[in-house]
Write a protein of this length. Structure first.
Length: 69
């Protein structure tokens, strides 16, 4: 997953922090999702009220059916 994310965003030289910290990895996933959102590529959730309550991360329509390995 880290290597796939690396193809979508530039990381600092020491990316092992992503392997050692789920919080750091979560931050990068949010960064990529945020960029997709700002570019208008993110799909809105079907239940916006629930998404706001739970803090869902919107994903790009190109991510649907795709797995990060």
């Amino acid at each position: 997953m880290i290597e796939r994310l690396h193809s979508l965003a530039s990381f600092p030289e020491h990316i092992e922090v992503l392997r050692d910290s789920v919080d750091a990895l979560d931050a990068v996933v949010c960064l990529v999702a945020g960029a997709d959102f700002l570019q208008g590529l993110a799909m809105p959730p079907s239940d916006l009220a629930l998404a706001k309550q739970e803090g869902w991360i919107w994903v790009s329509s190109r991510a649907v059916g795709r797995t990060l390995e």
